[in-house]
Design a protein. Structure first.
Lengths: 687, 78
């Protein structure tokens, strides 16, 4: 038996889903859509696999105004996959005045439906006299009172789901006259059922028919009706539904809940501080600082542990198998690849933990409210801010975090902006180059060595930030042009977030990352390893012969391509470094080390800096200068030197088109910018 | 010029007459409960003056001025 869980956002749908299902969920995409849905079997204490749940996205309506809503409707109607056996409709007892609108839309479908009247405790605390039995009589379907956060009422809910009963048809008086009658008649004679006709009229009025997969006959009928009739029909239908909601509220003796918001009284007092012009902004900055510091530094020890674990595993393999091709493949290809996947997990977990807790508590909506003005200048939604900020730590979780942005085009713009933001993997590169080539002696310093280095570093961050914003501004107005998304944002009541709940979601998302992007990252690692390890001839390294990496296919390619990196002030060694660092930017340091003939395990930054500084060409001039160093840093500010970013964008956009566009455009921009710096600088005599 | 939700004074209420325009935003505003006859109260402006926060149908809804200006209201007696 399959149960679809539906409801408005912020009604505790996810808590209910987590409470009803066991610990294991699968995260998948609705066929052909970017909308994500979670599935899980009933917890074993109630009988396990006999019942399975699909957690549909929380929506305010079933009219296909957004992709989420289109998915919810199509899933409930069984248009693409089999319809669920039962619909579990979650209603927020503190806000029936709006929730009942959605409830009517669900009941119109006439599927067997069970209502979970959730948060009855909060409603009663706020003095709202909700009564499940009365609601059940009024709606004609079973209603179970629940407090999903603490698991109250779940056993009764499972019982009710086993024997759902039927749902009566809903008709509105307004459907007998005017534009609504005309529209329904036209669509019904084109073969649509009544529910389908209602859905199409509202969607036509919203001009979002592309979400509906409408058939040509119905499309023709809608075109014949014209925009004016669809608009008036949709308005009449929405008004009729709300009239019925008001009648239901009167029947339930809940009064005309339109004037006051009793359940919001406490939240209003919290908002007096949290959205206050001074304290609100202060709290916001402090919260973001916490998220930022956490992603930057709290993740560090865990990433270290993962790296140590991978190192120990490699050593064990070397000890067990002895040196050889298989050992190299296992350690430098497979185990390193697995490490490249796992190393992202601490930051992904932290970001999603924070996002989840902030969202659950109701604060994320306030952050969007505070930030909307500045983000809308860019043409983006307030919700784009947190993913962009997270990009300073790591692009991978940041790109995954764009899922909170509902407009697809805006989400893409944000995803394309994020890799330009200087992530933490660029720091070792800046550190190497600044350390090797800038302010090498105290007399060299403009203010003091430390301050000078800091200023150079800061300018790289400034360059990356300005570019990311510029790129967003440009894409939003050209290839991904769309109007600034409207802000129609509910500010839900504040609630204490449940850690267990958030952790369950975080776990599901992390597993989805490993499954979805892990394979691509692993494959890339093995290919790169092969390119830099074959052919495996003895090169006489250590003597005067070329280093192994120099003799590899990758090394030969880099040598052959030296004329391409010369104009940006680099030699073939950096060429190999750029090639190798496609695995991850920080790999530049170790690959450069190998190219300078250092052993893989002696990653001594001081030695490498010294080697770069004293490297001379045939004419005896330094190979690396301040100007070439600057050009290289600028290259790394812009270049998409991170296969994991490519893999994760491929997964999020479901195809290679956008990741390849991102890779090509970023590499081109990186090259052109580095060229301008080096050639421009040379012309001006800074060489 | 008619009164809109965007031009309400802080703390004042209006009764919705109409939501102007034909597009996804208009349908969204109506479906969020801003149907004719519904009372809306402006309770807050964001620190930079935009967006606005309204109380409507038992919940709090935030709209930008641009969207709120499409909601035509008649001022309710205080």
């Amino acid at each position: 038996m399959r149960v679809a869980v539906v409801g408005n956002p912020n009604v505790g749908k996810t808590s209910l889903f987590n409470g009803l299902t066991g610990a294991r969920h699968s995260v998948g995409n609705y066929p052909g859509m970017t909308v994500e849905q979670r599935e899980g079997a009933l917890a074993s204490k109630w009988g396990g696999a006999e019942m399975s749940f699909i957690d549909l996205p929380g929506t305010y309506s079933l009219s296909a105004v957004s992709e989420d809503e289109a998915v919810a409707f199509r899933c409930l109607r069984g248009q693409d996959v089999a319809a669920p056996d039962v619909v579990l409709l979650v209603l927020d007892a503190t806000n029936l005045a709006r929730n009942l609108y959605f409830a009517l839309q669900v009941l119109e479908l006439q599927q067997p439906t069970v209502v979970a009247l959730n948060m009855v405790d909060a409603a009663r605390n706020a003095g709202i006299a909700v009564d499940g039995e009365a609601l059940s009589k009024a709606l004609g379907v079973p209603v179970v009172e629940t407090v999903a956060r603490v698991g109250e009422g779940l056993s009764a809910l499972v019982e009710a789901l086993r024997t759902p009963g039927s749902t009566d048809a809903i008709a509105y008086e307004a459907e007998g006259a005017g534009a609504l009658a005309e529209g329904l008649a036209a669509l019904e004679s084109a073969g649509c059922a009544r529910v389908q006709a209602r859905w199409l009229l509202c969607t036509a009025a919203a001009e979002t028919l592309h979400f509906t997969g409408v058939d040509p006959t119905a499309q023709a009928a809608l075109t014949k009706l014209g925009g004016e009739v669809c608009r008036d029909a949709a308005r009449a239908l929405i008004a009729a539904r709300y009239a019925k909601v008001d009648a239901l509220l009167a029947k339930l003796d809940l009064g005309k809940a339109t004037e006051s918001a009793p359940a919001m009284a406490a939240s209003e007092r919290v908002d007096a501080v949290l959205t206050h012009p001074v304290f609100g902004l202060f709290t916001f900055v402090a919260t973001m600082a916490l998220v930022f510091v956490a992603m930057f530094s709290w993740a560090d020890p865990f990433m270290g542990l993962i790296e140590d674990g991978i190192g120990a595993l490699s050593e064990a393999v070397v000890d067990g198998l002895g040196p050889g091709l298989l050992t190299d493949l296992l350690t430098e290809g497979v185990i390193a690849g697995v490490g490249n996947v796992l190393v992202f997990i601490p930051q992904i977990v932290l970001l999603f933990l924070f996002l989840g807790l902030l969202d659950d508590s109701g604060y994320l909506a306030r952050a969007a409210f505070l930030l909307d003005r500045s983000m809308s200048r860019l043409g983006l939604h307030g919700r784009a801010f947190i993913p962009l900020l997270s990009g300073y730590a790591c692009s991978i979780p940041a790109i995954m975090g764009t899922r909170t942005i509902s407009s697809w085009k805006d989400r893409l713009v944000t995803m394309l902006m994020i890799p330009y933001i200087s992530c933490s993997a660029r720091l070792p590169i800046y550190a190497l180059i600044i350390g090797a080539l800038f302010v090498t002696t105290p007399e060299d310093a403009w203010i003091s060595p430390a301050i000078d280095r800091g200023l150079i570093l800061l300018s790289m961050y400034a360059l990356s930030t300005i570019t990311a914003l510029g790129v967003g501004f440009l894409y939003k107005r050209t290839i991904l042009a769309s109007p600034t998304p409207p802000l129609v944002l509910e500010l839900p009541p504040y609630r204490v977030p449940r850690l267990a709940n958030t952790l369950s979601v975080v776990g599901d998302k992390t597993l989805a990352f490993i499954k979805g992007s892990g394979t691509v990252i692993l494959a890339f690692t093995i290919v790169l390893w092969a390119a830099l390890s074959f052919p495996r001839e003895d090169t006489g390294a250590g003597g005067d012969g070329p280093t192994r990496i120099e003799a590899s296919y990758g090394g030969r390619a880099a040598k052959a391509l030296e004329p391409a990196v010369e104009p940006i002030g680099q030699d073939w060694r950096v060429g190999i470094g750029i090639l190798g660092s496609f695995a991850a930017r920080e790999v530049l340091v170790s690959t450069l080390g190998l190219a300078y003939g250092m052993e893989a395990d002696e990653e001594d930054p001081v030695k490498l800096r010294e080697a770069m500084r004293s490297d001379r060409d045939e004419a005896g001039k330094p190979v690396h200068t301040k100007l070439s160093g600057l050009a290289l840093m600028v290259f790394f500010v812009y270049a998409c030197q991170c296969m994991s970013t490519v893999a994760v964008v491929k997964r999020e956009t479901k195809g290679w088109r956008w990741p390849l566009f991102m890779l090509a455009s970023m590499t081109l921009l990186a090259y052109v910018a580095a060229l301008l710096v080096y050639q421009g600088g040379s012309l001006l005599g800074f060489g | 010029m008619s009164l809109t939700a965007a031009s309400l004074e802080l703390g004042r209420s209006g009764v919705v007459d109409d939501v102007e325009g034909t597009d996804a935003t208009a349908v969204r505003l109506l479906e969020m409960g801003l149907v004719p006859g519904t009372t809306v109260t402006l309770i807050k402006r964001a620190p930079l003056g935009d967006p606005l926060q309204f109380r409507v149908r038992g919940f709090h809804l935030s709209l930008r001025r641009a969207e709120a200006a499409r909601v035509v209201v008649t001022e309710a007696k205080p």
